[in-house]
Design a protein around this ligand. Sequence first.
Ligand code: ATP
Ligand code: MG
Length: 367
Amino acid sequence: MEIVMSGIAKAFGTNQVLRDVSITLKEGEVHALMGENGAGKSTLMNILTGIHKADAGKITIDGVERTFPNPREAELNGVAFIHQELNIWPNLTLLENLYLMRPKRNKFGMLDKKAMLEEAQNTCRELGIELPLTTEAGLCSVGHQQMAEILRILMLDAKVVIMDEPTAALTERETATLFKMMRKMKARGVAIVYISHRMEEVFSECDTITVMRDGHTIITKPTAEISVDEVVRHMVGRSIDEFYPARTTTPGEVVMSVDNLKPEGFDNEISFSLRKGEILGVAGLMGAGRTEIMRAIFGVDKHNGGTVTVNGSVLNCKKPEDAIKAGIAFITENRKSEGLILDFSIGSNITLPNLGDICPSHVLDKG
Ligand SMILES: Nc1ncnc2c1ncn2[C@@H]1O[C@H](COP(=O)(O)OP(=O)(O)OP(=O)(O)O)[C@@H](O)[C@H]1O
Ligand SMILES: [Mg+2]
């Protein structure tokens, strides 16, 4: 299946996201789609799969002009999309999520759970991945949820597979498995769109690179004929010596110090200190405990020993409210489920952490 998108334009209100974007997806080719945050990569793929409608431009599939009315129709026609954000039903098991759109039934028309479980287990075994298939998705790690979504798409036998930042939540091993699966699909002639900010992955796994900027496709080149520097230069639209501008701030005195903190379920004690005006990066693989340290500091989870000191006083955060009072804010890993109440307005969400300030006499002061 060959897909040609040409002259695609799309605006959201006054935000002209895509002006003139063209891309060709070929059988058996892994095509990297790159661009800075907000460049319109996801939007372009949303247009291809019928989530959004383009304002202008043309899509042809094997030479015939065609648009999909919705993602389901795209999927039925072999164009599948693994989204950047998790799209999983948290109250269904991973297995139920895998088969939700195409359940297996027995001869009486009843759901054949046994057959589904067997097939899913076999596929996992073949691919060398371990998934808690019968656990509710909402109780699984983000990595397992993401792997299940990838698996669901792979089991569809699609002709074109779009992967939007698929490795963001995967472990090194899961990432290696994904690449193995991608190579298998490629050999079968599947066209893959690979959206990622990770240069290493793009350069090792992709055949072609397209860079988008300011609503245009700036360049499309075989990976072998382009360098990392060139890609970055096209992404940011200026030379890369400015990509990491020289720092002008000098961090001040220590404002927070974490000493021998032991998040629940971890054997190692963690210590670090944070200074005024400093951005401290915490690196590590999935499962290394990065999220857990932060959750323990913020009082979401318990910890077994250790102290957190802020501005000289030792904190005893038992719940997030205590941490907020101490002036700590936390932006969660899974913002859709832990960071926001999606059916509240933006205003209500913003004011939630400090309701006390806007309802002095226990009545909300909406003004
Ligand atoms: N449904 C929507 N309604 C309004 N604006 C949108 C919508 N979807 C995307 N946008 C806007 O379109 C622009 C492009 O967003 P898009 O998500 O396509 O970028 P992206 O290249 O995928 O970025 P990232 O690398 O951060 O995923 C952004 O300014 C975004 O705010
Ligand atoms: Mg995106």
